[in-house]
Design a protein around this ligand. Structure first.
Ligand SMILES: Cc1cc2nc3c(=O)[nH]c(=O)nc-3n(C[C@H](O)[C@H](O)[C@H](O)COP(=O)(O)OP(=O)(O)OC[C@H]3O[C@@H](n4cnc5c(N)ncnc54)[C@H](O)[C@@H]3O)c2cc1C
Length: 473
């Protein structure tokens, strides 16, 4: 048989140009056409033992759905994809595929891997806006088990667990503190990376499957976990995420004009500050902004600041370019948009005027010294390299801790010194009978797909536990 000729590079993702996109909040990446998707799918080697699947925490049959795209059977591809992934339009946009499925693609030994994320997005989007009646029928649900499960938090961990539990025959209610479901997908990740209408659509699909959603319901205040268990729920899955921002504890962090990235992004995304005056929820932002950090959160804050009208945005990070933890595509997009990366630089003090408004951010240059216990070279301050970035807004994006309310109001739940709830990493089982945990509240701040994988594992474990007549803990 003639050997297949491999196209060495992924088909490029069409995008708005940098000059155009910094002036709007519309999606940056525009998605593959049918023709491009089929051509990209044809790059897949259809390996007998597909290692890409091992890199997917929700175990999508990647070669299976890609083969259908290559054949032009997009409905079949979507069905195959949705068997394992209940939020595919979201994952296709925000998963760090380069570290997961695509990192294990056989092609990547010699060439660029297959654009699995781009194909996932394409396939999911072909179905996204269809009327429910036009969608292929969902597989029938099993007979009702009679058990009720409460899911606390509607981020990717909670939504995945909820969908899987309904598919296993249980009645599920998701309790969400905010007025909208989606967790970080709605309050953190900006519109230009993940349009909120998409999250809403995927949540609606779960509701059609039978998931009940109760918003504006703060577990630990409106009701406690113990009350849920005492009232009518047989098990509880806690997926409250990591939404508590970190600060550097340097002088000046209490000045006007200093934000945590969480607050800044929540105001912009969930409260729709970018649509002021249509929405009466404006945000105060200066003209020169420093964002501290280099993960996805920092990239999102920097690029949002630019779109809200900042003339200059610095991104301050104490390590090197190679060590920036954000997705490769986000770093590339941020650089294209003109974000000024100040690498090997760390803030030491935020300066303010008499009215306590930020006037600058004093920084010091760093160099990489001896490796620390983890093997990473430790950044060390270069003496007398202090300098001032003239900014009027500083956004701290240096990490988040778990939300503390549920552990604080639930006797019997053990926490680590980082504030995460202690649970079995394979099942999410905690030390408290009937309570399981997963996502960022178990692992600390991680990724969408890992949170979804945790939701899936816990749903299976909850199902096994509920059906066990002895229910040993
Ligand atoms: C700005 C930003 C950008 C990111 N970008 C990416 C990316 O590009 N790719 C990626 O893979 N990951 C990204 N991440 C990380 C990813 O979003 C998280 O790892 C993931 O959302 C964790 O999912 P979760 O379900 O555990 O929690 P969350 O998404 O945090 O959801 C938790 C939910 O629980 C609710 N809640 C909290 N306490 C209570 C309570 N007491 N009662 C009821 N509800 C409660 C919260 O309101 C929230 O809705 C990003 C994170 C941020 C902040």
């Amino acid at each position: 048989m003639a050997r297949k000729e491999i196209i060495p590079k992924k088909h490029a993702m069409p995008c708005q140009t940098p000059a155009e996109r910094v002036k709007n909040f519309a999606e940056v990446a525009l998605g593959y056409s049918e023709q491009t998707a089929m051509a990209e799918a044809a790059r897949c080697l259809q390996c007998k033992r597909p290692t890409c699947v091992d890199g997917c925490p929700v175990e999508v049959d990647i070669p299976g759905f890609i083969a259908r795209v290559a054949a032009g059977d997009f409905v079949g591809a979507a069905q195959r994809l949705k068997e394992k992934n209940l939020l595919p339009s979201i994952c296709g946009r925000v998963c760090p595929q380069e570290d997961q499925c695509e990192a294990r693609c056989t092609l990547s030994k010699k060439f660029e891997p297959v654009g699995i994320g781009r194909l996932e997005r394409f396939v999911a989007d072909t179905q996204l806006w269809l009327e429910p009646a036009a969608l292929p029928p969902e597989p029938p649900l099993p007979p009702a088990s009679g058990f009720k499960v409460a899911v606390v938090g509607s981020g990717p961990a909670g939504l995945t667990a909820a969908g899987d539990l309904v598919r296993l025959g249980h009645r599920v209610t998701v309790f969400e503190a905010l007025h909208k479901a989606g967790g970080v997908l709605v309050y953190g990740i900006p519109e230009f990376r993940l349009p909120k209408a998409i999250v809403e659509r995927e949540v609606q699909a779960l509701q059609r499957m039978g998931v009940e959603l109760r918003t504006n319901f703060v577990i630990g205040k409106t009701e406690t976990i113990d009350e849920l268990l005492a009232n009518s729920y047989d098990a509880v899955f806690v997926a409250t995420g990591a939404g508590l921002p970190h600060f550097m504890n340097i002088p000046g962090e209490n000045l006007n004009g200093v934000y945590s990235a969480n607050e800044f992004l929540t105001r912009a995304n969930l409260m729709k500050a970018y649509r002021f005056p249509e929405y009466d929820t404006p945000i105060h932002l200066g003209k020169r902004v420093a964002v501290v950090g280099a993960g996805n959160v920092a990239m999102d804050a920097a690029r949002t600041a630019l779109r809200l009208g900042a003339e200059k945005v610095f991104l301050v990070y104490r390590r090197s370019h190679e060590e920036m933890p954000a997705r490769a595509e986000e770093i590339e997009h941020a650089e294209e948009e003109g974000i000024d990366l100040r690498l090997l630089t760390s803030p030491v003090r935020i300066l303010g005027d008499k009215e306590n408004w930020v006037t600058g951010c004093e920084c010091i240059r760093m160099e990489l010294g001896e490796p620390d216990a983890s093997g990473r070279r430790r950044p060390v301050a270069v003496p007398q390299s202090e300098h001032v970035l003239p900014v009027d807004t500083v956004i701290m994006a240096i990490g988040q801790s778990p939300n503390p309310l549920v552990p604080a109001t639930t006797p019997g739940l053990e926490t680590t010194r980082h504030g995460t709830i202690v649970g079995d990493p394979e099942t999410g089982k905690t030390g408290k009978r009937g309570v399981f945990v997963g996502g960022d509240i178990l692992t600390g701040a991680a990724t969408v797909i890992l949170a979804m994988g945790a939701g899936r594992k816990s749903a299976r474990a909850i199902d096994v536990w509920l059906r066990d007549p002895e229910r040993k803990w």
